[in-house]
Write a protein that binds this ligand. Structure first.
Ligand code: FES
Length: 126
C-alpha cells in the first residue's frame, strides 16, 4: 500500500526496476522512470484505444508484442521497449521502420484531408 491508499506494483522495464500504482499502464510506468516509449493515439485524459500500435513493447511470458498504452502493469514482469526485442521475429525483411513511417504518414494525411472538411461541416451547422 502507498500513501494514497493504492496498491503498488513492482516490475522491470528495460532493466530498470519500477514501482507504480496498480492499474497504471506500461507507457506511464516507463515515463515515470524516464524511459520514452513512442506513442501517437494515447492521451492521459482519454481512454486508451490502442489504435496506432506505435507503443508496442515486449512483455515476458506474452508471445506477441503488446500495446504499452492499453496494458496495465503486472507484478514481477520484465518489459522491453527496444525494437530488437519487440520484433523478435523478422517481419517483411525487417522493414518495420518503413512500415511504421508509412503508417504515420497515412495517419497524418488523413488528418490533413479530414480536418478542413470536418471544420467546414461544423461551421455549416452553426
Ligand atoms: S499510443 Fe497508439 S496504440 Fe499505444
Amino acid at each position: 500500500m502507498s500513501d494514497n491508499g493504492k496498491e503498488k506494483v513492482t516490475l522491470t522495464i528495460d532493466g530498470r526496476e519500477v514501482t507504480v500504482d496498480k492499474g497504471t499502464n506500461v507507457l506511464e510506468a516507463a515515463k515515470s522512470v524516464g524511459i520514452e516509449i513512442p506513442y501517437f493515439c494515447w492521451h492521459p485524459k482519454l481512454d486508451s484505444v490502442g489504435a496506432c500500435r506505435m507503443c508496442l513493447v515486449a512483455i515476458e511470458k506474452i508471445p506477441k508484442p503488446a500495446v504499452a498504452c492499453a496494458t496495465a502493469v503486472m507484478p514481477d514482469i520484465a518489459i522491453s521497449s527496444t525494437s530488437e526485442n519487440v520484433c523478435s521475429t523478422p517481419c517483411l525483411n525487417n522493414d518495420c521502420w518503413l512500415i511504421m513511417n508509412t503508417w504515420i504518414l497515412f495517419l497524418l494525411l488523413l488528418f490533413m484531408i479530414f480536418t478542413p472538411i470536418m471544420a467546414m461541416i461544423y461551421q455549416a451547422r452553426l
